[in-house]
Ligand binder design. Structure first.
Ligand code: NAD
Ligand code: TYD
Length: 342
C-alpha cells in the first residue's frame, strides 16, 4: 500500500539519484516522483534501476517553470519535497553565474510557492557548507556551526545562501514547515566527472594528468553520499521545522592527500599529478561541526573514509559504461576551456 508521496527534484544528479535509491530501498511502499531538467549534470541512465517500478515516476522539467511545478503538485500532492535540483559546480559558476541565480534561487522560489499553495508535510532544502565561506588552515580548532555567519566566496555558494535565506523567509512569513541541511563535500557513485574525486579517478585510469589547483593544500571535509541521504531522511522524519542542520563527519583531508590515495589505489604513478593555476577565490578549508544533528536526531556517519574511497574508486573502475557516455560531447568542451592544454 502506498503511504506517502515524496517529490525529489534533481534526482537524476549525483546526490538526488543516491537519495532515490536509498528512499526506495528503505520505504518500499512510498511513491517517489522525480522532477529533473536533465541538464548536462543529470543522467537518466543513472535512474534505470528504478525507472520501471510502479511507485516511481520521472518528470522531465525545470523547477523554474512555475506552471509545470504547480501542475505537478496538483496531480501528485506530495507530502515531502526534497530539493536537490541546482547548478552545483563552483568552477562553472565562476565562468557564468547567471544560470546559478536562476535555478538555485528562482527555482527554489517556484517550489516554495507551490508548497505554499498546496500545503506539504515538509519542504527540505539541500544546501551546502560552502555558504559559510572558508576557515583558515592554521586554526584547526574552528568549525562551522549552524550559527556561523553566511560569508560566501563563489557565485555558486552565494546562490545557495540566497536560496537558504528565501526558505527561512517562507518559514517566518508563511509558516511553511521547511528545513535546511548544510552538508560537507560528498563522494560516492554517480558523481559527475567534473568534480574532484571522479575527475581524478577517471584521468588516472586514462593516464592523463591530474590537475591539482594551487598548492593542493586546501582541505575538504568528505562524507559518503549514503550518510548524507540517511541524514536527510532523519531530518524529514524527526527534524524540527524551521531549523538548519549541519551534516559532516569530521573527515578533513588535504586535496593532495586524496589524489595520492586515489593513485595508490589504482597503482598509478604520482608523476601524473600536475599543479595548475588556482581556482579564483578558492576556499581554503571547510569543516563542519555536526553536534546538533547528532544530539537531536542521533545521526553519525557510518562509512569510514578509507573504506568508502576504495569502494568508490572501484565503482568508477567497474562503471566505465556510465561515465564514458558522460565524458563525451559538452563535457569535452568544458574540459578544454577549464584545463587548457593539459
Ligand atoms: P548535480 O549537479 O550532480 O545534480 C544536479 C541535478 O539537478 C541534475 O540532475 C540536474 O539535471 C538537475 N537540475 C539542474 N537544474 C535544474 C532545473 N532548473 N530544474 C530541474 N532540475 C535541474 O548536483 P549534486 O552534487 O547531486 O548536488 C545536489 C544538491 O546538493 C545541490 O543543491 C548541491 O548544492 C547540494 N550539495 C552538494 C554537495 C556535493 O558534494 N556534491 C555537498 C553539499 C550540498
Ligand atoms: P570540487 O569537487 O569542485 O568541490 P568544491 O570546490 O565545491 O569543494 O573540488 C574539491 C576540491 O578539489 C577543491 O578544493 C578544488 C579542488 N580541485 C582541484 O584541485 N582540481 C580540480 O580539477 C577540481 C575539479 C577541484
Amino acid at each position: 500500500m502506498v503511504t506517502v508521496t515524496i517529490l525529489v527534484t534533481g534526482g537524476a544528479g549525483f546526490i538526488g539519484s543516491n537519495f532515490i535509491f536509498y528512499w526506495m530501498e528503505n520505504h518500499a511502499d512510498d511513491r517517489v516522483v522525480c522532477l529533473d531538467k536533465l541538464t548536462y549534470a543529470g543522467n537518466l541512465s543513472t535512474l534505470e534501476p528504478v525507472m520501471d517500478k510502479p511507485n516511481f515516476r520521472f518528470v522531465k522539467g525545470d523547477i523554474c517553470d512555475k506552471n509545470l511545478v504547480l501542475d505537478l503538485f496538483r496531480t501528485e500532492r506530495p507530502e515531502y519535497v526534497v530539493n536537490f535540483a541546482a547548478e552545483s559546480h563552483v568552477d562553472r559558476s565562476i565562468d557564468g553565474p547567471e544560470v546559478f541565480l536562476r535555478t538555485n534561487i528562482l527555482g527554489t522560489a517556484a517550489l516554495l510557492d507551490a508548497c505554499r499553495e498546496f500545503g506539504v508535510g515538509r519542504y527540505h532544502q539541500v544546501s551546502t557548507d560552502e555558504v559559510y565561506g572558508d576557515l583558515p588552515l592554521d586554526r584547526p580548532d574552528l568549525f562551522f556551526t549552524e550559527d556561523t555567519p553566511l560569508h560566501t566566496s563563489s557565485p555558486y555558494s552565494a546562490s545557495k545562501a540566497g536560496s537558504d535565506l528565501l526558505v527561512l523567509s517562507y518559514v517566518r512569513t508563511y509558516g511553511l514547515p521547511a528545513t535546511i541541511s548544510r552538508c560537507s563535500n560528498n563522494y560516492g557513485p554517480y558523481q559527475f566527472p567534473e568534480k574532484f574525486i571522479p575527475l581524478m579517478v577517471i584521468n588516472a585510469l586514462n593516464n592523463k594528468p591530474l590537475p591539482v589547483y594551487g598548492d593542493g593544500l586546501n582541505v575538504r571535509d568528505w562524507l559518503h553520499v549514503k550518510d548524507h541521504c540517511r541524514a536527510i531522511e532523519l531530518i524529514l522524519r524527526n527534524g524540527r521545522a524551521g531549523e538548519i542542520y549541519n551534516i559532516g563527519g569530521h573527515n578533513e583531508k588535504r586535496n593532495i592527500d586524496v589524489v595520492k590515495l586515489i593513485l595508490q589505489e589504482l597503482n598509478k604513478p604520482e608523476s601524473l599529478i600536475q599543479y595548475v593555476a588556482d581556482r579564483k577565490g578558492h576556499d581554503r578549508r571547510y569543516a563542519i561541526d555536526p553536534q546538533k544533528i547528532h544530539r537531536e536526531l542521533g545521526w553519525t556517519p557510518q562509512t569510514e573514509f578509507d573504506d568508502g574511497i576504495r569502494r568508490t574508486v572501484r565503482w568508477y573502475v567497474s562503471s566505465s559504461d556510465w561515465w564514458r557516455e558522460i565524458v563525451s560531447g559538452e563535457y569535452q568542451e568544458y574540459y578544454r576551456k577549464t584545463y587548457g592544454g593539459i
